[in-house]
Design a protein around this ligand. Structure first.
Ligand code: HEC
Ligand code: HEC
Ligand code: HEC
Ligand code: HEC
Ligand code: HEC
Ligand code: HEC
Ligand code: HEC
Ligand code: HEC
Ligand code: HEC
Ligand code: HEC
Length: 340
């Protein structure tokens, strides 16, 4: 009688154990929120990421992927913020390959060693200021998915040379801006965090409407690198300006040589305290290159100033352009002096 009872209870225990194993096979070993830092490689396939046999767990340092659920047990807040980003949407809903299915670990690398010893920052690929991961290695994590395209000239670009990390401008851990995952609320604010001088320039009396939100630094620059210094988005300064100021491209019957050469002969792109972004006010602007040769050789005196008895047009209002109006070029048959 006692033997039979014992036999039955043994079967019952075995059944319960079997059922329990079956259940845990497709759920995390940390159910119940227990952040157990204990790992058994053999039972690791418990994470959903392992469902794809295509990529075996990464072998270096014996680290392997533990899955987002494990990360979330300790990093609930980060996981919550991240869930609203462009990455989370693609990685969770439409992963295109096994790497994207790794979620957190697609960027931070396999996390097993970190889970065992979270206090040692060398055991996880990290991007924050406390990071112990070399910048080149951080950037390679991002570039493994974002090679080419806008980043075709990243390597050896001035930002790369100055050891910028992708995360100096991007923060993929939350949505801080409408698009581009920029670290600040807008593209320009992101750039201003380092480029204070340009911030001051755009606040000058004459400036293109960047602070007003109509254009951004990346309309003219590619922060990821370019074949044209300084990080310009076009093949030359003029080609860049023509993208928005097409009327200045010509062709003109009479070209003004310095315009054709470079708009920067007369304009400061970021801002100027002289009207129309001019580098120097007129007439000095023109007189940097032109002597008074073609004009009546009269001496300009105090009396020729606007409020004097004999005001001279060369010193009034738009100065030289009172007569030479079409300074960017003329298509008039008699416009060789840009007067029409
Ligand atoms: C057992 C709890 C635990 C788990 C599980 C865990 N972490 Fe951590 N993690 C920590 C602790 C604690 C720190 C140290 C925080 C500090 O000191 O600022 C940390 C730090 C980090 C850092 C560095 C933060 C920095 O400021 O540079 C990253 C990145 C990180 N964890 C990512 C992950 C990822 C990805 C996973 C999943 C693979 C994960 N963690 C799983 C506890 C955990
Ligand atoms: C697209 C790449 C990417 C993914 C995916 C990603 N992270 Fe991060 N993570 C980063 C970067 C970059 C930073 C540094 C942000 C900064 O500049 O402070 C970071 C920072 C962190 C930090 C440090 C605290 C902080 O906010 O700076 C923790 C912890 C962390 N991530 C955990 C996670 C967890 C957990 C997940 C998954 C839910 C995850 N990360 C997914 C790129 C990623
Ligand atoms: C596993 C692949 C993968 C990794 C690693 C990765 N990304 Fe992405 N990234 C994507 C995908 C997928 C998208 C969204 C779809 C798209 O437009 O390609 C995306 C989008 C972005 C966007 C555009 C977001 C938007 O709103 O338009 C930025 C910026 C970005 N990633 C930066 C980073 C940075 C910085 C890192 C490294 C910290 C990184 N990514 C790591 C795959 C990845
Ligand atoms: C100096 C700042 C800066 C650095 C450094 C930087 N980015 Fe960007 N990145 C930007 C800005 C600003 C945008 C938004 C551009 C736009 O929308 O016009 C952007 C856009 C992107 C996009 C979305 C547009 C696209 O190309 O598909 C991706 C992806 C991206 N960056 C990845 C990276 C990666 C990877 C790195 C590191 C190798 C990196 N970025 C380094 C400023 C930067
Ligand atoms: C983390 C700091 C940092 C951020 C953010 C940053 N830059 Fe830079 N940038 C630098 C450094 C450092 C240099 C090289 C030194 C210099 O010329 O000022 C540089 C150089 C440049 C240059 C080339 C200067 C030259 O003489 O060739 C341009 C253009 C530029 N950055 C544009 C941008 C734009 C646009 C953004 C925003 C999308 C941006 N930067 C964001 C640090 C930064
Ligand atoms: C309308 C186009 C345009 C916009 C918008 C623009 N830049 Fe520039 N930027 C240029 C041109 C053109 C140059 C080359 C100037 C030269 O060679 O003298 C330049 C040069 C630079 C340089 C090199 C140093 C210097 O001042 O000559 C930096 C740094 C820079 N820009 C940063 C920025 C930042 C940051 C923003 C956004 C706040 C920005 N630029 C917006 C056209 C632009
Ligand atoms: C992304 C488009 C864009 C590019 C590229 C661009 N501009 Fe502009 N520019 C504007 C806009 C918008 C205005 C304002 C027009 C208005 O208010 O009617 C403007 C205004 C100007 C003005 C008049 C400023 C004033 O005080 O009235 C000058 C001069 C100028 N741009 C020169 C240039 C030069 C030189 C370049 C090349 C380095 C350039 N722009 C490239 C968009 C652009
Ligand atoms: C020789 C000097 C000089 C050069 C070079 C020059 N500009 Fe100008 N630009 C001026 C002067 C002076 C004004 C203001 C008076 C006027 O409207 O003609 C001006 C005004 C402008 C304006 C605002 C008024 C308007 O006509 O729309 C724009 C935009 C402009 N320039 C764009 C350019 C572009 C783009 C280039 C290069 C292709 C360029 N400039 C080259 C002297 C120059
Ligand atoms: C960077 C030098 C430079 C600046 C600044 C400049 N020019 Fe010129 N300008 C030239 C050159 C070079 C020519 C062509 C001379 C030639 O073909 O012999 C020229 C031609 C002219 C001509 C036609 C002269 C002729 O002989 O056909 C006039 C008129 C003129 N410029 C007026 C102006 C005015 C007005 C300004 C100021 C708004 C100005 N220029 C600014 C360099 C400059
Ligand atoms: C009152 C009208 C007027 C003003 C103001 C004026 N010009 Fe002229 N400019 C002319 C006329 C008219 C000619 C043609 C003279 C000729 O064909 O002999 C001329 C010719 C020129 C030429 C061509 C010279 C040559 O050798 O053929 C240049 C260069 C020039 N002006 C530059 C300037 C500059 C620079 C200023 C400002 C300091 C200026 N002009 C102001 C009317 C003016």
């Amino acid at each position: 009688m006692t033997i039979r009872f014992r036999f039955l209870s043994l079967i019952a225990i075995a059944l319960v154990a079997l059922l329990a194993r079956g259940a845990s096979a497709d759920s995390s070993p940390f159910q119940g929120g227990l952040p157990l830092p204990v790992f058994d490689t053999a039972s690791a396939p418990a994470t959903p990421a392992q469902a794809t046999p295509a990529t075996p767990p990464q072998k270096d340092d014996g680290r392997f992927y533990v899955g987002q659920e494990t990360c979330s047990t300790c990093h609930q807040q980060e996981a919550g913020n991240w869930a609203h980003t462009a990455h989370a949407k693609v990685f969770n809903l439409h992963p295109r390959d096994a790497k994207e299915e790794k979620n957190c670990e697609a960027c931070h690398g396999p996390g097993s060693a970190h889970v065992e010893d979270p206090s040692d920052f060398t055991k996880i690929i990290s991007f924050s200021h406390k990071s112990k991961t070399p910048i080149a290695e951080q950037n390679e994590q991002c570039l493994s998915c974002h090679k080419g395209g806008q980043r075709i000239f990243w390597h050896d670009s001035i930002h790369d040379q100055n050891k910028l990390a992708c995360s100096d401008c991007h923060n993929p851990m939350g949505t801080f801006a409408a698009h581009g995952l920029t670290a600040r609320e807008s593209i320009s604010q992101t750039c201003f965090s380092c480029h204070k001088e340009q911030h001051a320039d755009f606040a000058k009396r004459s400036h293109m409407p960047l602070l007003e939100g109509k254009i951004t630094c990346t309309d003219c620059h590619n922060p990821h690198g370019s074949a044209t210094a300084p990080l310009l988005k076009a093949d030359s300064v003029n080609e860049l300006c023509y993208t928005c100021h097409a009327d200045k491209r010509g062709p003109f019957l009479f070209e003004h040589a310095p315009v054709h050469e470079s708009c920067l002969n007369c304009h400061s792109p970021h801002g100027s305290n002289f009207e129309n972004l001019l580098t120097t006010p007129r007439p000095v602007l023109c007189q940097q290159c032109h002597s008074q040769d073609g004009h009546p050789a009269q001496l300009l005196t105090k009396g020729n100033l606007p409020h004097g008895p004999m005001p001279d047009p060369r010193l009034i209002s738009t100065s030289c352009q009172t007569c030479h109006v079409n300074i960017h070029g003329s298509n008039d048959p008699s416009g060789s002096r840009f007067e029409r």
